[in-house]
Design a protein around this ligand. Structure first.
Ligand code: DGL
Length: 268
């Protein structure tokens, strides 16, 4: 396997671009292939079987592009599908849950960690399991915040409406001594300022996109698979619906143009 091969990253939509941004921040020379399954978003309200099927098809597509590693930049797919698809494909895979859980365990002082995510991620209990494997004395409070994903997909990340929705959901964390809150959905970092503004002072947000990009850098380094190039890497995107909208909103979120977005139809 050559070091110059791309990293594959996938999510149900735009949210995984928060992971791309973090990856580009610490590994600017890596080529990245991004897959946004915009035809099937949201994953967070779907069954494990359905999300596993989509994740399987996408991983197959990425492996045909010869990626050296697949980053499951979606908490829902990491929670519901990763354990199965990593058995199926002979390719290193990394999800967002383990790095986010580790970062939260390292950060908490009160011993009470909050987790927000999609309905499927929270009801899977995947974060609680990972956190308790690291430290069984910690207390965990999970909360599904399903309206955050459509807000992000509409590009509506600040102002009165997102703030009111965040206040209503996160009221839950005002009185329970949570000092560390995991943004357990890759869409949520785009609402970070709004979320932080409605929490009690001192609550630390754990951005799973930052945590996973550090884990990816370490894995590539340990396997001697980091690129040797010293020029900027490329970003090639594939989406299953609405490439124009993805390009426009993606440009805002990434802070740079996404030049290469193709519409792709997989054999669902
Ligand atoms: N970005 C995905 C996640 O991290 C979820 C969005 C969705 O519901 O599709 O869970």
């Amino acid at each position: 396997m050559s070091n110059s091969l791309p990293i594959g990253v996938f999510d149900s939509g735009l949210g995984g671009l928060t992971v791309v941004k973090a990856l580009k921040g610490i590994m600017p020379c890596e080529n990245i292939i991004y897959f946004g399954d915009t035809a099937h978003i949201p994953y967070g309200t779907k069954s494990g079987e359905t999300v596993t099927h989509y994740s399987h098809q996408i991983t197959g597509f990425l492996s045909e592009k010869d990626v050296k590693l697949v980053v499951v930049a979606c908490n829902t797919a990491s929670a519901l599908a990763l354990p199965e698809i990593e058995q199926t494909f002979d390719i290193p895979m990394i999800g967002v849950i383990a790095p986010g859980a580790q970062a939260a365990v390292d950060a908490t002082k009160s011993g009470h960690i909050g987790v927000i995510g999609t309905i499927s991620t929270i009801s899977s209990g995947a974060y609680s399991l990972k956190i308790h494997n690291l430290n069984s004395d910690l207390t965990i409070s999970g909360l599904a915040c399903p309206l955050f994903v459509p807000l992000v997909e509409e590009g509506w990340t600040s102002g009165g409406v997102p703030k009111m929705i965040a206040e209503t959901y996160l009221d839950h964390f005002k009185t329970n001594n949570v000092d560390t809150l995991i943004l357990g959905c890759t869409h949520y970092p785009l609402l970070k300022k709004t979320i932080q503004s409605v929490l009690p002072p001192g609550v630390q947000l754990i951005d799973s996109s930052e945590a996973v990009s550090e884990a990816v850098a370490k894995l590539l380094h340990d396997k001697d698979k980091a690129t040797n190039k010293d020029e900027d890497g490329t970003l090639t995107c594939y989406v299953t619906d609405m490439p124009q909208k993805f390009e426009e909103l993606g440009r805002r979120f990434l802070g740079e143009s996404i030049l290469d977005v193709s519409l792709v139809h997989l054999d669902w």
